[in-house]
Design a protein around this ligand. Structure first.
Ligand SMILES: O=c1[nH]cnc2c1ncn2[C@@H]1O[C@H](CO)[C@@H](O)[C@H]1O
Length: 324
């Protein structure tokens, strides 16, 4: 629902589209509780240039070219250029190998980081960033403007594998693995952070039969998504024994739209930035006073999602994406 004042929550979607990003973006555009004030782009599912192109394309599909797109970083926060992109999950074009025509629009003449800082300053405490890719742009904003952590309302991020295996390797989830140094900066920044990890998103599955239900809708978004979902389904059939696909990004988006759909715990999160467990996220629940000072001591608390009302999430996703 809209806030008490009746104003929808302003959100900026930091995104690497991406099939489940496309779902999350459409979901946000169909959600009266939020107003999408911009998209910022990042590498992850695809390289940043393609993420920008896909973000512009998705807004054209949605007839929402009024929403600005700001291009984000092409490299990690440590200037790393050896990026891991998940084209095997989303297709070479990031959108199910559909080879859509290039968008007509262009990104604004401002970096993602500058846009994030500008909007947080413009609407102090009022903007939520929904971060669906590696956290480079957000960490850069934190470094660039010391007041960003105070001015930004909340950072809802899809990332981490809390006490479960990762999806890149047993230790790491893809978004955190993409830039672990940036993730550690975000988690320890003191900002109001809600992390939705794959321990939660793996509970939200869009099944083959849900896909058939989606197909029965003449809605613009449902018909578009059906085309691009094929590759995502194929990947999941190969990689997991699940009969369906995980709704990572839509679940994180709904956690921002309607926080009552999840529960969370609070504690300090640190990210392993090197070695075989690079990208591992580890939550200290602050229940024990350790004898020694640890890397978690005196770190601010963040929120980490632990349960999700999966049927309610799925129902909302289906309903909103099937509307005509
Ligand atoms: O196996 C995988 N490797 C890399 N990325 C993946 C994989 N499965 C899903 N995603 C993508 O990474 C984010 C969630 O971690 C989601 O954006 C999802 O589409």
């Amino acid at each position: 629902m809209a806030s008490a004042a009746g104003e929808p929550k302003k959100i900026i979607i930091d995104t690497d589209p991406g099939i489940d990003d496309a779902m999350a973006i459409f979901l946000a555009l169909r959600s009266p509780e939020v107003e999408v004030i911009g998209l910022t782009t990042i590498y992850g599912n695809v390289y940043t240039t393609l993420a920008t192109r896909n973000a512009l394309h998705l807004l054209e599909v949605a007839d929402r070219t009024d929403i600005p797109v700001a291009e984000g970083s092409h490299v990690t926060i440590t200037k790393g250029t050896k990026l891991r992109v998940a084209d095997f999950v989303h297709g070479a074009d990031g959108l199910g190998n559909q080879n859509f025509p290039p968008p007509e629009g262009k990104p604004i003449d401002m970096s993602a980081t500058d846009f994030l800082v500008e909007q947080a300053n413009l609407y102090p405490g009022k903007v939520t960033v929904v971060a669906l890719g590696p956290l480079t742009n957000i960490a850069l904003a934190i470094q660039q403007d010391p007041s960003f952590v105070k001015n930004i309302g909340q950072i809802v991020l899809l990332g981490g594998a809390f006490a479960v295996n990762g999806n890149v390797n047993p230790a790491a989830e893809a978004n955190i693995f993409g830039d672990p140094d940036a993730a550690d900066i975000v988690f320890t920044s003191g900002a109001d952070v809600l992390a939705v990890g794959i321990n939660v998103t793996h509970q939200v599955v869009l099944t083959d039969s849900d896909r058939e239900t989606l197909a029965s809708s003449n809605g613009k978004f449902a018909q578009y998504l059906l085309k691009i979902l094929e590759v995502y389904f194929n990947y999941h059939h190969d990689a997991y024994s699940t009969k369906g696909v995980y709704l990572h990004d839509p679940t994180a988006m709904l956690a921002a739209i309607n926080p009552s759909l999840i529960t969370y715990v609070e504690g300090a999160v640190r990210v392993q930035t090197n070695g075989i467990t690079r990208g591992l996220t580890l939550l200290y629940n602050k229940q024990k006073r350790f004898a020694e000072i640890t890397e978690w001591s005196n770190q601010p608390s963040v929120k980490v999602a632990v349960t999700v009302d999966a049927p309610a999430v799925l129902k909302l996703v289906m309903k909103r994406l099937m509307e005509c």
